[in-house]
Ligand binder design. Sequence first.
Ligand code: ZN
Ligand code: ZN
Length: 239
Amino acid sequence: MGAQHVIEGVQIVPMGMSNAFLLEGDDGLTLIDAGYPGKAAAVFRTIRGLGGSPDQLKHLIFTHGHPDHIGSAAAIVRETGARTYMHPLDIPMAESGGPFRPMRGAPGLLRQMMCKLFFHPEERTEPVAIDQPLTPGEILPIAGGFEVIHTPGHCAGQVALLWRPGRMLFVGDVCMNVMGLGDPVGFENLNDGRASQRKLASLSFEAAGFGHGAPIVRGASTRFRNKWGANEVRKKSAA
Ligand SMILES: [Zn+2]
Ligand SMILES: [Zn+2]
């Protein structure tokens, strides 16, 4: 499957079971996440499809350091020289290429099975050096500005990235949009994961991009609020 336009300036790069996103800015191209191993060609194909060349990729920002988000990073950096960014808590996993911190399956039989099937802490990926640690709360001056929001739970060093020009939130694996908006396959810490989902539900954004599942193009923060907003939580606990 080829790349698809999501909103102005954003392409989704389907990489099998996970997604990466390519953004066009005045300062070159930016990639968010780097898929499973062996998927670098999908990124280069997307760049060429825009009429560009791989050396125009300047920045590679990771939502977190799991194998399905860093797998092709080393190959992409070799070809492009892109600068890499990640939250400090996940940098050791990326720079060693595993092993990865264990997760427990999220509530529900389906996710418990998916977690066992798709996540293997002992997996190894090609190590990738991280050039710049991300600081929660900072505005990264890339592609018009990304707000860095720390969202632990699924993974301690996970961040969501709010791209200001397009009001698009890149959520990594805080949640996924596979058969509807819901939990990721697993959590390192369920309480932290819920707090991160509520944190994102309190923000205002138009579009959302997920590590897994289809992007939401319009009215995304309303969907998050309906699922994880403060009122919803109160209603559920009263029921
Ligand atoms: Zn993950
Ligand atoms: Zn993932």
